[in-house]
Design a protein around this ligand. Structure first.
Ligand SMILES: NC(=O)c1ccc[n+]([C@@H]2O[C@H](COP(=O)([O-])OP(=O)(O)OC[C@H]3O[C@@H](n4cnc5c(N)ncnc54)[C@H](OP(=O)(O)O)[C@@H]3O)[C@@H](O)[C@H]2O)c1
Length: 349
């Protein structure tokens, strides 16, 4: 049989469906609840966190190629903000990842079993759950999107090595904190320079292993990078901040280096004249998306395997900034947009 990449559907009720196309196990169910809680936004009424609604929906019955997960914790990512506001259009159900227990699997799904602890796309290794005990699902929910992103950015978009000097923006954030750790502690690059929005965040970025931290609310990060690199610039610049930083980020790249624009937390980057890349020294500009780097089951498994090895061997630490009840999802959005968070925000159903 052709290996399929299953789709995942989420429920935060313990009830499981009873349809012929799924293989099921008689798990403990919560008879009082046969609905799932959804965080949604109206297509035509988008805007700030206050536009989020907590609604009840039917628990989906997985198709032949789907897996139904009872969610125990959900990760919050900046992409949820883009989906809420419509910057990335077309999505009205907000939230991209969750960790929990498999309630049912479609008949074509071979690689997942009912009762397994899982998060979207990956089975959670048992040692992770055991190490963190009741917090296991929270840690698990915090890993996939930001972890896989940090992985593809420094292993595939640019293969960071011992001779590289790297600039990472928003180094106390979820993705930024992981990028610093991977570049410095695991890939052993020569130097990591990072930017942060406050002095408290600077301490967090230093703990992650950054060599130099710049508070870009107080200091000109381009001048500082110039100083730290003795005018040579950085081999690679990771910029997920966008509008506020892209222009100086481009100036921080060394000739033949690479600037990676991977997000828009401060707003969208305007169109860029390709001649600017020539002026900077024939640099390369990339605007990548995680989806393309985990497009096949093989690509996903290979990335997830290495990522989990780093986490299990404790080379890579997951920082949980806040765990908030799911019904307060708007609060989580308000926090991530206000730049008040470090590490990962997790919602608990
Ligand atoms: N392309 C991809 O495949 C991909 C995948 C995942 C994530 N991303 C992108 O990676 C970036 C980081 O995502 P994340 O989930 O890890 O979030 P995060 O870094 O935990 O939070 C965003 C951070 O951006 C910084 N920031 C600077 N200016 C901001 C502004 N005006 N408003 C809000 N935040 C601002 C803040 O840090 P300071 O206060 O320190 O500046 C804030 O903490 C986002 O742009 C996201 O879209 C891209």
């Amino acid at each position: 049989m052709k290996k399929i990449r299953p789709q995942f559907v989420f429920s935060n009720s313990a009830e499981h469906p009873n349809k012929e196309n799924t293989i099921e196990k008689d798990m403990a169910t919560d008879e009082s609840s046969n609905k799932r809680v959804l965080i949604t936004v109206d297509e035509k009424d988008r805007g700030g966190p206050e536009k989020l609604k907590v609604t009840l929906g039917e628990i989906p019955v997985p198709s032949n190629s789907q897996v139904l997960i009872q969610v125990k914790a959900c990760g919050v990512n900046f992409i949820d903000v883009y989906h809420r506001t419509g910057l990335y259009p077309g999505i009205t159900e907000i939230g991209k990842e969750g960790a929990g227990v498999i309630l049912a699997v479609g008949k074509q799904v071979e690689q997942f079993k009912v009762g397994q602890n899982t998060k979207e796309l990956m089975v959670i290794p048992e040692p992770l759950l055991k190490t963190h005990k009741e917090k296991g699902y929270i840690y698990a929910a915090a890993i996939p999107l930001q972890g896989l992103t940090a992985h593809y950015l420094c292993r595939s978009v640019y293969d960071v090595g011992p001779n590289d000097t790297v600039l990472v923006h928003a180094g106390a954030g979820g993705t930024g904190g992981l990028l610093i750790q991977i570049c410095k502690k695991i890939l052993k690059c020569k130097c990591v320079i990072t930017t942060v929005g406050s002095d408290d965040k600077a301490k967090v970025a230093l703990q992650s292993g950054a060599d130099y931290v710049i508070n870009y609310e107080k200091e000109d990060f381009y001048e500082k990078v110039n100083l730290f690199t003795k005018g040579k610039g950085c081999n690679v610049v990771y910029d997920g901040v966008g509008k506020a930083t892209w222009e100086k980020s481009l100036k921080c790249v060394s000739p033949l280096g690479r600037v990676v624009y991977f997000g828009n937390s401060s707003g969208k980057i305007p169109p860029i004249d390709p001649l600017e890349l020539t002026k900077q020294g024939s640099v390369t500009l990339v605007r990548p998306n995680l989806a393309h780097f985990i497009a096949t089951p093989e690509a996903l498994q290979a990335r997830a395997k290495e990522l989990f090895e780093w986490i299990e061997s404790q080379q890579l630490q997951i920082r949980i900034g806040a765990a908030i009840p799911l019904k307060n999802a708007a609060k989580a959005h308000q926090l991530i947009e206000s730049r008040d968070t470090t590490g990962k925000i997790v919602l608990i159903p």
